[in-house]
Design a protein around this ligand. Structure first.
Ligand SMILES: [Zn+2]
Length: 156
């Protein structure tokens, strides 16, 4: 997914019951894994698919959530809802990345990047291949839903 992670976090937050810190938690969780692009470009010189980094591996976030959520439930209950939304946004990110990009859903048991649709390298640059593939319509749909919810506002 190229462009719709941030609006997907917005949609997620809009669909949750109103609460403090839910919107920032959703927006941060929705985009956080893609900060690995900095490592991908500046350290690894694009030598490994960035979906293989730990921030894109579902089992890593399951482990982090399994450690953090019980602590918050016992010690900082006010942060539990934002944390749940944050982890939900992270998993939404990985689900959306699975549409055309591939995610290590089987890790650590296998290293296959599971994807719903193979986007062929039909253009000179991979970004163009994704922009001109039918799956990009899903991204436009997420943007449209986010804009619709933003224009509509939250019910009182
Ligand atoms: Zn990603």
């Amino acid at each position: 997914m190229l462009t719709a992670h941030l609006p997907s976090g917005y949609v997620l937050a809009q669909l949750t019951p109103e609460g403090r810190w839910l919107m920032p938690a959703a927006l941060i969780g929705a985009v956080l894994p893609d900060f690995d692009m900095l490592w991908f470009y500046f350290v690894d010189q694009s030598s490994i698919h960035h979906h293989r980094y730990w921030v894109h591996v579902p089992v890593f976030w399951v482990a982090v959530a399994a450690l953090i959520l019980p602590v918050l439930a016992l010690r900082a209950r006010a942060l539990l809802a934002p944390a749940l939304v944050f982890f939900a946004a992270l998993f939404l990110h990985m689900v959306l990345d699975s549409i055309g990009g591939g995610i290590l859903w089987g890790a650590p048991f296998d290293d296959h990047l599971y994807t719903l649709v193979e986007v062929p390298a039909s253009q000179p640059h991979w970004v163009l291949s994704f922009l001109l593939h039918w799956t990009f319509l899903l991204e436009l749909g997420i943007w449209a839903l986010a804009l619709y919810l933003w224009r509509k506002g939250r019910p009182a």
